[in-house]
Design a binder for this molecule. Structure first.
Ligand SMILES: Cc1cc2nc3c(=O)[nH]c(=O)nc-3n(C[C@H](O)[C@H](O)[C@H](O)COP(=O)(O)OP(=O)(O)OC[C@H]3O[C@@H](n4cnc5c(N)ncnc54)[C@H](O)[C@@H]3O)c2cc1C
Length: 289
């Protein structure tokens, strides 16, 4: 890979509002890129993987860096909220501990101070950590564009390998995460090399599992939910055998690729192990409340 020291682009903008950003995106079209923390985009530009003519730095857009509890108890994560800010938030630690746990598994502290949650979602690698956690939390993504605003579910947002369903003329403004009901337990586990990760959300109602959500990363073209494994757990009493069976079912729902870092079989096997670990930890946490 050859690196140029300074990425080459023709125009650099620093809009101060979402409206101004959206107008610029409409004007510049496919040849523009939004710049947030830059941990992905700058590297891509330096390597020549992308070469936008227009760079739109949104760091001066007021209000986008907030992490707050919004209407109906939802957590709102603004487009400029860094991984570190989300990890530090007392609301997140208390109400959405899965996000706190996930943020601390991403990169190193210098990178977490720059990188945003939304940037992680907008170029979703198959193992994008935040996407895996947000899938089990059934989060939504809010976008603004020339045609107005819209809200889509996390699973609809992830359209394909490193792709979202967002139009070129749109930007993400916020991620919304519903509040967890009493009796919920969550866990995020990750293998760093090769990157394979799993998140679990379980609801304990009187000792039985009334809701189960499992997501996996690094074992398909995008982060995925594994509905067959989830269905095994809903309405059941969880024990070690059922957790193992769910891990095997989840493994069967993956379609990993082989590359220089690991073969597909190894990734598949790791998905079984990680799902079982995440389920065990999440179930134990449902009992601590
Ligand atoms: C050393 C290092 C370690 C890393 N480790 C991990 C890891 O362990 N796990 C992991 O999942 N990732 C990891 N990453 C990837 C990266 O840090 C994240 O994906 C990061 O969260 C991206 O956020 P950013 O603000 O830097 O995005 P940027 O680089 O600014 O943007 C990324 C992409 O999203 C688009 N974009 C950003 N914001 C918006 C918006 N509001 N609307 C529309 N488009 C937008 C940009 O145009 C660009 O295409 C690592 C990266 C580095 C450099």
């Amino acid at each position: 890979m050859s690196y140029t020291v300074n990425p080459v682009f023709e125009h650099y903008y620093q809009p101060k509002s979402v409206e101004e950003t959206v107008a610029l995106l409409a004007q510049c079209g496919k040849e523009a890129r939004v710049l947030a923390g830059g941990t992905v985009l700058i590297n891509q530009m330096r390597s020549g993987a992308v070469a936008p003519r227009h760079v739109i730095n949104i760091s001066r857009v007021a209000g986008l860096d907030e992490v707050r509890v919004a209407e109906e108890g939802e957590l709102a994560i603004g487009a400029l909220a860094t991984l570190a800010k989300v990890a530090r938030s007392s609301a997140v630690r208390k109400g959405w501990p899965l996000l706190h746990e996930t943020m601390l598994e991403i990169g190193v502290v210098q990178q977490r101070n720059l990188a945003t949650v939304v940037g992680n979602l907008c170029r979703p690698v198959p193992s994008a950590d935040t996407a895996v956690a947000l899938l089990v939390l059934e989060a939504s993504v809010l976008m603004s564009g020339a045609k107005g605003r819209r809200r889509v579910t996390m699973s609809d947002f992830l359209a394909g390998p490193r792709r979202t369903m967002m139009a070129d003329s749109e930007m993400v403004t916020e991620v919304r995460v519903p509040p967890a009901p009493a009796g919920a337990g969550t866990a995020f586990v990750k293998l760093h090399a090769p990157k394979v990760n799993a998140a679990a959300f379980l609801l304990n109602s009187g000792g039985g599992c009334s809701e189960a959500r499992i997501a996996l990363g690094g074992v398909a073209q995008t982060p995925i939910r594994v509905p067959k494994a989830e269905a095994l757990l809903r309405g059941a009493k969880l024990d070690a055998q059922l957790i193992d069976e769910a891990g095997i079912a989840a493994q069967g729902e993956t379609s990993p690729a082989s590359d220089l870092r690991a073969g597909a079989e190894y990734r598949r096997e790791m998905s079984r192990v990680l799902v079982a670990r995440a389920l065990e930890a999440a179930w134990n946490r449902t009992k601590r409340q």
